[in-house]
Design a protein around this ligand. Structure first.
Ligand code: NAD
Length: 264
């Protein structure tokens, strides 16, 4: 993939540490020659993101908490000042109250429902709107989703409802931005042990279940998600938009538990 992203510049939101999916994407893009701007959420994470940015020679574009739209504005203004135009954006941001990522969906509170939707769904549209203003024609925008949008997964609850709305947003945004050749897609990643995932009830069980039942008989790595993201963010996928691409060892194709899967 060397040189595939030469001359392309973009923003990656959602690196918290070196286990973040956004970090896997940043590494793949950087290796392919892209210039990258990273955002961080708050001072505590800045300390973690700074050395990672240095590792890739990435630009620290600013603090971004998507519940404060002025911080999204600021990040895109900073990138415009530095670069003029951008070619891609990665949105790898989601949040829900840990107490509601366990038990029953029916018990979701109104406050957490609204907050989950704001941070995990609306923010993608808010980011796309700002990105569009400084994006070259033919640019590419990517978000991260999960199979819990399509089928009921234990404990995923309100986040599943949010991901379903996020996937619908991908399709609406693809139409809105398509006349400029800007593409909007999502990667539906299989379960990966990250900071955000550790908030989901029984996550280890979900990982094991995927290992035993996915066609590839294993889970996926952030590097594999990164490589698929490279395809969707590069001109290799110039004919692809409004798509939800599964990077999950094929788990989404399976309708029944494998006969040789042990009871876990
Ligand atoms: P992570 O904890 O490394 O990343 C989540 C990021 O969201 C963090 O960088 C955090 O700072 C950011 N974030 C949360 N609230 C925010 C806010 N208000 N403003 C700005 N940023 C905020 O975990 P991850 O698993 O890499 O998550 C990245 C994306 O991938 C999320 O959308 C997640 O739902 C999705 N995803 C994860 C998995 C998995 O199993 N880990 C599977 C499929 C999809």
């Amino acid at each position: 993939a060397s040189g595939l992203m030469n001359g392309k510049r973009g923003v990656i939101m959602g690196v918290a540490n070196n286990r973040s999916i956004a970090w896997g994407i940043a590494k793949a893009l950087s290796e392919a020659g892209a210039e990258i701007a990273l955002t961080w959420q708050g001072d505590a994470l800045k300390k973690r993101v700074e050395p990672l940015a240095q590792e890739l020679g990435a630009f620290m574009a600013g603090h971004c908490d998507v519940t404060d739209l002025s911080t999204i504005d600021a990040v895109f203004s900073t990138c415009e000042e530095k670069w003029g135009k951008i070619d891609f954006v990665v949105h790898a941001v989601a949040f829900s109250d840990k107490d509601e990522l366990t038990g029953r969906y029916v018990d979701t509170s109104r406050d957490n429902f609204a907050r989950t939707m704001d941070i995990s769904v609306y923010s993608f549209t808010a980011v796309a709107a700002r990105a569009e203003r400084i994006m070259n024609d033919g640019g590419s925008i990517l978000t991260l989703t999960y199979y819990g949008a399509e089928k009921v997964m234990p404990h995923y609850n309100v986040m599943g409802v949010a991901k379903a709305a996020l996937e619908a947003s991908v399709r609406y945004l693809a139409v809105d931005l398509g006349n400029r050749g800007i593409r909007v897609n999502a990667i539906s990643a299989g379960p990966i042990k990250t900071l955000a995932a550790s908030g989901i009830g029984d996550f280890r069980y979900i990982l094991k279940w995927n290992e035993y039942n996915a066609p590839l008989k294993r889970t996926v790595s952030i590097e594999e998600v990164g490589n698929s993201a490279l395809y969707l963010l590069s001109d290799l996928s110039s004919g692809v938009t409004g798509e939800v691409h599964h990077v999950d060892s094929g788990y989404h194709t399976i309708g029944m538990k494998a006969v040789d899967a042990p009871d876990i």
